[in-house]
Ligand binder design. Structure first.
Ligand SMILES: NC(=O)c1ccc[n+]([C@@H]2O[C@H](COP(=O)([O-])OP(=O)(O)OC[C@H]3O[C@@H](n4cnc5c(N)ncnc54)[C@H](OP(=O)(O)O)[C@@H]3O)[C@@H](O)[C@H]2O)c1
Length: 269
């Protein structure tokens, strides 16, 4: 039997105690990697670490709030030490605190949103780039969002941070290419997780958002896993600076006209 694609690789996944990050961490372990997982909730992290170990892989659980720069730096070092090195970094921790019109937002909303999505990202990417460029290369994966690829009403500040992540992915792909470091992004559409619970918890809202998705469904965290494994492994050796959209066709609908035509087609069927 051939080796799994990530055999011998060592990965760090932030925001790995639940949702998309947990699914990616388990997917990387299934693909043969040892995995350091980072989040604030120790109990949930320990449960994910146990699931990784059940797969026969090493796991390092790192209790860390990414908004604490010193702790993030320390935890990155603990991941390197605990796994004996690092080849893959998945920058997944992120989210939004509420959804509302731009004009209703406060200075505090901006500070909190960038404090979770932007500042830790810049720090983590500096840590990852420093380590990987000095150690023969590796792969970085950013979890951005379709919200960062176009207009995202009621999620302006979150979308701004996710758009910045697309920009960083492209810039660093160029800066790090000659050092053997690839950096890519996945951009999920609607995924059913705790983050989107405020939407899925209201059946009418859940259905209305689903109606906009050509595949007519919400995604699951597991829908993101194969893309993450692919982009992290040698199969993607020439892929860097890419943003892989996983949205069931959501962003392929160019306009409300396209949506109207789609609904018309369904009505006529
Ligand atoms: N769900 C979607 O529809 C969707 C779509 C596109 C992109 N995304 C992106 O995908 C990523 C994961 O989202 P998700 O839906 O899986 O969210 P989720 O279910 O809320 O999970 C978020 C994860 O991040 C951790 N986390 C949150 N704040 C943290 C902090 N300050 N320090 C360290 N860890 C922290 C959480 O654990 P603790 O609470 O224990 O810290 C948890 O493990 C985010 O970047 C999100 O923006 C999500």
């Amino acid at each position: 039997m051939s080796n799994p694609p990530l055999a011998g690789r060592r990965a760090l996944v932030t925001g790995a105690s639940r949702g998309i990050g947990r699914a990616i961490a388990l997917g990387l372990a299934d693909a043969g990697a040892d995995v350091a997982i980072l989040a604030r909730g120790t109990e949930a992290l320990d449960a994910v670490a146990a699931e990784i170990k059940e797969r026969g892989r090493d796991a390092v659980a790192l209790t860390c709030d990414v908004t604490d720069p010193d702790r993030l730096t320390e935890a990155f070092g603990e991941a390197v030490e605990g796994l004996g090195g690092l080849d893959i970094v998945v920058n997944n921790a992120g989210g939004f605190f509420h959804s509302g019109p731009f004009l209703s937002l406060t200075d505090g909303d901006w500070e909190r949103t960038r404090g979770l999505n932007l500042d830790p990202t810049v720090r983590l990417l500096r840590l990852a780039g420093t380590h990987l460029t000095a150690n023969g290369g590796g792969s970085v994966l950013n979890v951005t969002s379709v919200a960062g690829l176009g207009g995202a009403p009621r999620l302006a500040l979150y979308a701004l941070c996710k758009a910045a992540l697309v920009s960083l992915t492209q810039t660093l792909a160029v800066e790090w290419a000659r050092d053997g470091v690839r950096i890519n992004a996945v951009a999920p559409g609607w995924i059913d997780t705790e983050l989107t619970g405020g939407f899925t918890g209201v059946p009418a809202v859940k259905q209305a958002l689903q109606n906009e998705v050509p595949q007519d469904r919400w995604g699951t965290p597991e829908d993101v896993v194969d893309a993450a494994v692919y982009l992290s492994g040698d199969g993607a050796r020439m892929v860097t600076g890419a943003v892989l959209v996983l949205d069931g066709g959501l962003t392929s609908q160019l306009s409300s006209v396209a949506r109207d035509l789609l609904h018309l087609g369904r009505l006529a069927a």
